[in-house]
Design a protein around this ligand. Structure first.
Ligand code: C2E
Ligand code: MG
Ligand code: MG
Length: 718
C-alpha cells in the first residue's frame, strides 16, 4: 500500500461542504453527544470525533487513546492539527477549514505522545448534522505497524530466499501443481542451456519441450516426469543424461503450504565431474596406471572368481607368473621413461597371446600374472610358449633395438594350491627356479618332497642341532682320470644321520637349509672340514684335489673369499688343492659381483668348477669371462649314454666346447663301463660315479685313492 493520498473533495455522504467560517477555531469547545461517545467506544478501531467547526477533538475512544498514548480526556478539545504528523494531514485539515475538502482515506503517520511514529490507515469523513450544523468528522485510524513489520520481514525473507536460490550450485525450478513455472534460478537455465527468452516470456510449453529436447532419452524423461507430476507428495531423486553428455541428478520434493501440496521444487545437479572422478578412482584402484592392466587387487578378485568356479564345478585354471629377465639393465641403460615404454610394449605383447577370457595383471615392476580360465597343463604350456615367442621379437626404444626375455612360473588349480596366495606363491617360486636355471623359459610348480611347512621346520631345527652336536659328516666321492684311472680328486658330500629323522639325503635337507639361510653356516663347516681332511691326506702323502659344493647364499656372503683364504691358511692346504663347485645360478644372479668374487678366488689359486653343467643357462659368454677351470657335465646327460642320441650329442658338444675353451671336463653319475668308454672317447678328462665308487668315508677314500696312485688299475682303462 502506498502512502499517496486518495483525498477527495467530494462531500461525504452527499452533504454540502462546511463553510470557511464554520472551520474557524474560535468557537467555544463543545462535547460530543453521549450517544456518539458510546457508539465510538464500541468500535474496535481508534476513532475520534472532530468538531467540523472548531476542528477540535470532541471525543476519542479507548482504542484511540491507546494509539496516541494519551488518556481519552487529554485528547478531548485538542485541535486535530496537533495530532497530525504529515504535511498531507495538515493540508487536509486546512482544506477542511476552507470548505474545500471533507473526506480523506490514505495511509499516513501519527506521532504518539512518547514520540513514536506509527503507520496508520486513516479515514476522515464529515457527518453533517440535521440542524444545519457543520457536524462532525469521524476520523478512524487503523494501526498498520504490525502489518508493516510483517511486510518488511517477508520482503527481507523473500530477498534472502532469492539470494539463496541464486547462490546454490544446483539448478532450481519451482512449479505449481499443474507444472506451471513459478520460480527458477539462473543456474537452472545455464544447466539446461535454456533460451533466456523462453524464460523471460514464461512460456511453459516452450520450456517443457526445450527440456525434453535436451535429454538423451526424451521418452524415458517424459514418462518419469509424468509419474512425478501425478504424485503431488512424491519425494524422489533420479539421474539422467543430457544430449550434451552431462549427467544430471534430479531431486524433487513437494512444495507444501499448511500441510497441503501446492507445487513442486526440482533441484538439478550436474554430477558429471563427480561421476568421472568416481569412475577414475574406481579404475585407479583396480588398474595399474602405467599399462592400464588390472592391478594386484583386481587380479586377486579374478583369481577368487576362478577359484569359486573351480570349487563349484571343478573348472581348472592356470596362473602364469612372469618376470622380465634383467629388466634392471634396461632401466639403467635406457632410463626409466623408456623402461616404462618397454613395460607398456610387454603388456601389449602378453595381451596379444591371450584369449578374451584370460586376464593379465601387472603386480608392479616387471612382474605380470596371467590368469588362464579353463586351462590345463597343455593350455598353460602353449600360452607360456606363445608369450616367450612374442617377447623374442626385438624391442625398439630410444633408437636402440634389443631383446627382452622373460621367466615364467606356472601354477595350476586345483593341483598347485587352493587359495590366491598359495597359487601365486607357487607360480612365483616356479618362476624363480626358471631364473636360477638360466632365465628365458617357463616351468611348472614342482611340489616339494618335504611338502609341509611343519616338516621343513622340523628339519631346520634338527639341522641346527646336528651341527651343534657334530652329527654332520663328509663323505668323499672319488674323481677319476679317464685316461689313467687314478683318483685325482674327491668331491665332499654331506652326510647326516639324525637320531629321530634317520638318514637324511642332501636333496631333502639342503633345500631347507637354503631356504632358511642356514646353508651358509653349514657351508662354512664343510669348507673347514674338507680342507682339514685334504690337508691331512696330503700330510700322509695323498696329493688330490678336494671339491666342495658351494651354495649361492654362501657364495654371496661378503666374507666368502676371506673365509676360503682363512680355511686354507688354517689347514695349510695349498689353494690349488681346493676346488669350488658352483652352480650356474650363482654366476647369473649378479654377474658383476660374481665376476669380482671369482677373480678374487682365482687370485688365491683356488680351482673353480661349474656343477650340473648343461641344466642351467649355459651361456658361452660367462664361460669366457669368468675364470672357470672345469665343467662338470650334469648326471642327466650321462644317464642315457651311449645309446640316447640327444644325451650323446649334448655330452659331446659340452666336451668339445670345454676343450675349445681350455676347460677341464668331468662327468658325474657315471654308472656303467659303456658310459665311461663313451666319455673317454669323446675326450672327457675325468669322471665320478658309482661305477668307480660312491661317496666314501675319509678313511676309505684315502685307502682307495692311495691304491690308484700307487698302481695303475688297468681294469678300468678302456
Ligand atoms: P651334486 O653336487 O651334483 O653331487 C653329486 C650327487 O650325485 C651326490 O648326491 C652323489 O652321491 C650323487 N652321485 C654320485 N655318483 C652317482 C652315480 O653314479 N649315480 C647316481 N644316481 N648318483 C650319483 P648327494 O650326495 O645326495 O648330493 C646331492 C646334492 O646335494 C649334490 O649334488 C649337491 O648339490 C648337494 N650337496 C651335497 N653336499 C653338499 C654340501 O656340502 N654343500 C652344498 N651346498 N651342497 C651339497
Ligand atoms: Mg657337486
Ligand atoms: Mg652335480
Amino acid at each position: 500500500m502506498t502512502d499517496s493520498a486518495r483525498a477527495s473533495s467530494v462531500p461525504a455522504c452527499g452533504e454540502t461542504p462546511a463553510s470557511a467560517e464554520s472551520a474557524e477555531p474560535v468557537q467555544p469547545a463543545r462535547s460530543a453527544h453521549p450517544i456518539q461517545a458510546t457508539l465510538i467506544e464500541a468500535l474496535p478501531e481508534a476513532v475520534c470525533l472532530v468538531d467540523a467547526t472548531t476542528l477540535r477533538v470532541l471525543a476519542a475512544n479507548s482504542a484511540a487513546a491507546q494509539l496516541f498514548g494519551l488518556p481519552a480526556e487529554a485528547l478531548r478539545s485538542r485541535p486535530v492539527r496537533e495530532l497530525c504528523a504529515t504535511p498531507q494531514d495538515l493540508c487536509f485539515w486546512d482544506e477542511v477549514a476552507l470548505g474545500q475538502s471533507d473526506r480523506i482515506v490514505s495511509d499516513t503517520l501519527v506521532t504518539r505522545a512518547d514520540g513514536e511514529v506509527l503507520p496508520v490507515t486513516r479515514s476522515a469523513c464529515r457527518v453533517a448534522a440535521a440542524d444545519g450544523d457543520a457536524g462532525v468528522y469521524i476520523v478512524a485510524l487503523h494501526d498498520r505497524s504490525s502489518e508493516t513489520r510483517a511486510e518488511r520481514e517477508s520482503e527481507a525473507l523473500l530477498a534472502g530466499l532469492r539470494a539463496t536460490l541464486e547462490s546454490t550450485a544446483d539448478g532450481i525450478l519451482v512449479t505449481d501443481l499443474a507444472g506451471r513455472v513459478s520460480a527458477f534460478n539462473q543456474r537452472f537455465a545455464a544447466l539446461w542451456g535454456l533460451d533466456a527468452e523462453v524464460l523471460v516470456r514464461r512460456d511453459d510449453a516452450a520450456l517443457r519441450s526445450c527440456m525434453q529436447r535436451s535429454v538423451a532419452d526424451p521418452d524415458a524423461y517424459v514418462e518419469r516426469l509424468a509419474a512425478i507430476e501425478e504424485a503431488p507428495l512424491l519425494q524422489t531423486s533420479d539421474v539422467f543424461k543430457l544430449r550434451s553428455g552431462r549427467v544430471i541428478e534430479r531431486v524433487t520434493l513437494p512444495q507444501c503450504s499448511r500441510g497441503q501440496p501446492i507445487g513442486r521444487v526440482y533441484s538439478f545437479r550436474d554430477i558429471t565431474a563427480r561421476l568421472e572422478a568416481h569412475q577414475r578412482i574406481e579404475q585407479l584402484s583396480h588398474t595399474d596406471p602405467l599399462t592400464g592392466l588390472p592391478n594386484r587387487r583386481l587380479l586377486s578378485d579374478r583369481i577368487e572368481h576362478a577359484l569359486a568356479m573351480g570349487r563349484r564345478d571343478g573348472t581348472p585354471f592356470a596362473l602364469l607368473f612372469l618376470d622380465l629377465d634383467r629388466f634392471k639393465h634396461i632401466n639403467d641403460s635406457l632410463g626409466h621413461q623408456l623402461g616404462d615404454r618397454v613395460l607398456i610394449d610387454v603388456a601389449e605383447r602378453i595381451k596379444s597371446c591371450l584369449r578374451q577370457v584370460d586376464t593379465v595383471a601387472r603386480l608392479g615392476g616387471d612382474e605380470f600374472v596371467v590368469v588362464m580360465h579353463q586351462a590345463d597343463v597343455a593350455g598353460a604350456e602353449s600360452t607360456a610358449q606363445r608369450v616367450i615367442d612374442a617377447m623374442a621379437r626385438p624391442f625398439a626404444q630410444g633408437g636402440l633395438s634389443f631383446t627382452v626375455t622373460c621367466s615364467i612360473g606356472i601354477a595350476l588349480f586345483p593341483n598347485d594350491g587352493a587359495s590366491v596366495d598359495e597359487l601365486l606363491r607357487h607360480a612365483d617360486k616356479a618362476m624363480y627356479s626358471v631364473k636360477e636355471s638360466g632365465r628365458a623359459g617357463y616351468r611348472f610348480h614342482q611340489p616339494r618332497k618335504d611338502v609341509d611347512l611343519k616338516s621343513r621346520m622340523r628339519i631346520d631345527h634338527a639341522m641346527r642341532q646336528a651341527l651343534a652336536h657334530g652329527r654332520f659328516r663328509l663323505h668323499y666321492q672319488p674323481q677319476v682320470d679317464c685316461a689313467t684311472g687314478r683318483v685325482v680328486g674327491a668331491e665332499a658330500l654331506l652326510r647326516w644321520r639324525d637320531p629321530d629323522l634317520g638318514e637324511m639325503a642332501p636333496a631333502e635337507f639342503i633345500p631347507v637349509a637354503e631356504e632358511s639361510g642356514f646353508i651358509a653356516t653349514i657351508g662354512d663347516w664343510v669348507l673347514a672340514e674338507a680342507v682339514r681332511q685334504a690337508a691331512q691326506w696330503r700330510a700322509r702323502g695323498l696329493d688330490i684335489v678336494v671339491a666342495i659344493n658351494v651354495s649361492a647364499l654362501q657364495f654371496q656372503k661378503t666374507d666368502f673369499v676371506a673365509s676360503v683364504a682363512r680355511a686354507l691358511h688354517v689347514s695349510g692346504l695349498p689353494a690349488k688343492a681346493l676346488e669350488l663347485e658352483l652352480t650356474e645360478s650363482i654366476l647369473i644372479q649378479d654377474a658383476q659381483e660374481a665376476l669380482a668374487r671369482l677373480q678374487a678366488l682365482a687370485a688365491l689359486g683356488v680351482r673353480l668348477s661349474i656343477d650340473d653343467f648343461g641344466t642351467g643357462y649355459s651361456s658361452l659368454g660367462y664361460l669366457k669371462r669368468f675364470p672357470i677351470g672345469q665343467l662338470k657335465i650334469d648326471r642327466s646327460f650321462i644317464d642315457g649314454l651311449p645309446g640316447d642320441e640327444s644325451d650323446a650329442a649334448i655330452a659331446t658338444a659340452i666336451i668339445s666346447m670345454g676343450r675349445a675353451l681350455h676347460l677341464q671336463i668331468i662327468a658325474e653319475g657315471v654308472e656303467t663301463e659303456a658310459q665311461r668308454r663313451f666319455l673317454r672317447a669323446a675326450g672327457c678328462d675325468l669322471y665320478q660315479g658309482f661305477l668307480f665308487a660312491p661317496a666314501l668315508d675319509a678313511a676309505s677314500l684315502f685307502a682307495l685313492a692311495s691304491a690308484t696312485q700307487a698302481s695303475r688299475p688297468l681294469q678300468l682303462v678302456g
